[in-house]
Design a protein around this ligand. Structure first.
Ligand code: 13P
Length: 233
């Protein structure tokens, strides 16, 4: 089981440190068999000691150079970061990243052996169209992505379920995960309004190997509760 906390544009350096300390206490006392990943903002990166793996929400596909506002491999190496989120819907839709650029980023971080959390997900317009359109839309988001890459984790995050408090329906998640499973052996996560009250049902869906969590992960107690719920029968 994999549980990942995407802080997005939340938490400071100070509060991230406190979060990781409290998470470490929890992980050391409970020793859950869940793989935990934390994605803090860039300003909070550091050489943390933790059972959780620290990754980044984004980076530019270059070692270093003139890419104002971005960070590259050199900055990630300083903190031994080897895990990255690529293709998140907020970067696709708010920051305007297209599939060509996303595939280029994927290729770069694959060549550098990163564990890649690759996100895909349809918009509400697509969800309300037809099954055929939903799957061709998701297929487009897999263009240029090596689905056999050994350090790949895929997160299905329907755009309309992110940050809305309303997760996708059990049957819809199941159907998309089945579609993905027919294409890849990579672990498959669901993301979109995962919280303590629904995590057990979500991770019980067949082919679901865990969750990528935003809002409900920002509070460390809530995140630890979800780790606990995901490891108990
Ligand atoms: P929420 O859990 O806030 O819906 O966000 C999900 C997400 O985007 C994780 O990457």
């Amino acid at each position: 089981m994999i549980l990942a906390a995407n802080f997005k544009t939340n938490h400071t350096r100070k509060s991230t440190k406190e979060y990781i300390e409290r998470l470490n206490n929890f992980l050391n006392s409970k020793n859950p068999d869940t793989d935990i990943f934390i994605f803090p903002p860039f300003t909070a990166l550091d050489n943390y000691k933790s059972k959780a793996t620290i990754g980044v929400q984004n980076a530019y596909p270059a070692e270093k150079g003139s890419f104002t506002g971005e960070i590259g491999l050199e900055q990630l190496n300083e903190f031994n970061i080897k895990t990255i989120i690529i293709g998140h819907s907020e970067r696709r839709h708010i920051l305007g990243e297209n599939q060509e650029f996303i595939a280029k980023k994927f290729q770069f971080f694959k060549e550098n052996n990163f564990t890649i959390f690759y996100c895909i997900g349809e918009t509400i317009e697509v969800r309300e169209s037809s099954k055929e359109l939903i799957f061709s839309y998701l297929d487009m988001q897999l263009e240029g992505i090596d689905l056999d890459y050994e350090n790949l984790i895929i997160a299905y995050e329907p755009v309309w379920a992110i940050g809305t408090g309303k997760s996708a329906k059990y049957e819809d998640i199941k159907e998309v995960l089945e579609f993905l499973r027919s294409k890849t052996k990579a672990p498959l996560l669901y993301g979109g309004s995962v919280k303590p009250s629904n995590i057990k049902e979500i991770i019980s869906i067949s082919n679901c190997d865990g969750a990528l969590i935003g809002t409900a992960s920002w509070n460390v107690d809530s995140f630890c509760e979800m780790v606990d719920l995901s490891t108990k029968n």
